[in-house]
Design a protein. Structure first.
Length: 416
């Protein structure tokens, strides 16, 4: 009890608690959006939305990747008291990412027309609309990374709430108006773009200072491989829904999407702790202070969260699904437990990755290892999908492999 009290009285504990509460509220709004869509659309249409949600999550790879790298660079500039350089970095990256967004959008349209329409059985106009999310995916993390790097956890959490609120209200309104999946996708777009403009207001003090040239490149030092590593990690916890859509009927895929969504709740909640740990760890490292204590507290917090959630997945899987989504989404068996346990293991892998990046210890071999884990996961999905339970077990096995190997390859260096 004293240890827990000590944790929550520390900078990590206080920051984690604030961000955990705010982000959890934002996530509740996002999950209310998913719950509402599941009830309103039904399993078949919801499987389409779930697949699009996974595509959007893949678009969201820049959100996690860029945000982490920008937060790290922002912390470095903050420690050096170069606030004007933070503004210069923001302007420089906003211009570059706007260009990247247009190129990525055009590339996505090409892939959608010649591949996704056929294999995912989703209408091309709906995929075009989905592609608009790319612009938010490249712009939002620039501003959010500055908030995270300057340890403005309240403001960062507020942006999550705005995103969730807009997505929920716009999505439900347009679906009720008869727009179906199109309306839900509009909700995604409204949420992230409006959140970006809100953050511009929240960092106006930085944007008002005299600008200094902010040198920043994803291709310098170890930033590029760190960026790619987070991209691979995001793929690892999102491709399951896409493969389920390809292998199973629309109804079964929709039911599996609900299970995967419930599993992701664990990962996203623990990510709040990681988002607080990262700038604190990075700042302590830059100031030459020990970081082992921060990492220990982070692992303990995540363990406590997982210990609370795991019994519900093991003992009451049908109750959880029926209560949140209705009996029409029940799959039976151990599917929810397998998937939930997989996301618990991924929560710890996420902290390993963030810890390495925060202390400039991320190596090329770690990046290669994550790629190998993704390949193993895809291999298992491809050969083991006779039933949805077999498919979910394949997901768990691939995650166990990732976790066990990660203990060796991604383990903290000189942290304890």
């Amino acid at each position: 009890m004293k240890l827990i009290k000590k944790i929550f009285s520390s900078e990590l504990g206080r920051g984690a608690l604030v961000l955990l509460i705010l982000v959890s509220f934002g996530n509740i709004l996002s999950y209310l959006f998913q719950f509402s869509m599941a009830w309103m659309l039904g399993p078949a249409d919801y499987s389409i939305l779930a697949t699009i949600t996974s595509i959007i999550a893949i678009f969201g790879i820049p959100i996690l990747s860029l945000q982490v790298i920008i937060a790290k660079h922002t912390t470095k500039l903050k420690v050096s008291e170069k606030i004007g350089s933070i503004k210069g970095m923001f302007k420089n990256l906003t211009m570059k990412m706007s260009i990247v967004s247009f190129i990525s959008f055009a590339l996505f349209l090409f892939i959608s027309y010649f591949w996704l329409v056929k294999y995912l059985k989703i209408a091309f106009p709906l995929l075009v609309l989905t592609g608009v999310f790319i612009f938010g995916a490249f712009l939002y993390p620039i501003a959010a990374g500055i908030l995270q790097g300057t340890k403005r956890f309240k403001e960062l959490g507020f942006s999550f709430i705005v995103n969730g609120l807009l997505k929920l209200s716009v999505g439900i309104f347009l679906v009720l108006m008869g727009w179906r999946v199109y309306g839900a996708v509009f909700g995604f777009i409204a949420g992230i773009l409006f959140s970006f403009f809100i953050i511009l207001i929240l960092i106006k003090d930085i944007l008002k200072v005299k600008e200094s040239r902010g040198k920043f490149s994803l291709f310098s030092d170890k930033s590029f491989f760190s960026f790619l590593a987070i991209m691979i990690f995001v793929l690892i916890f999102n491709v399951d829904v896409i493969f389920a859509k390809a292998f199973f009927s629309a109804e079964i895929a929709g039911k599996y999407a609900v299970v995967s969504l419930l599993g992701k709740i664990i990962l996203f909640v623990t990510m709040s702790v990681g988002n607080v740990m990262f700038p604190i760890n990075s700042e302590r490292f830059l100031r030459g202070k020990k970081t082992g204590g921060v990492l220990k507290k982070t692992f303990l917090l995540i363990s406590l969260i997982c210990l609370v959630v795991l019994p519900f997945l093991l003992l009451f899987p049908e109750f959880v699904i029926k209560t949140l989504f209705g009996s029409g989404y029940l799959l039976g068996g151990w599917v929810l437990f397998y998937v939930g346990l997989a996301f618990i293991l991924l929560s710890f892998i996420n902290i390993f990755i963030l810890n390495s990046i925060s202390k400039n210890q991320f190596k090329f071999v770690q990046f290669i290892y994550l790629i190998a884990c993704l390949i193993v996961q895809i291999f298992l999905f491809y050969f083991f999908h006779k039933t949805v339970e077999q498919f979910s077990l394949a997901f768990l096995i691939s995650t166990i492999i990732t976790f066990i190997g990660g203990i060796m390859v991604l383990k903290p260096q000189k942290s304890f």
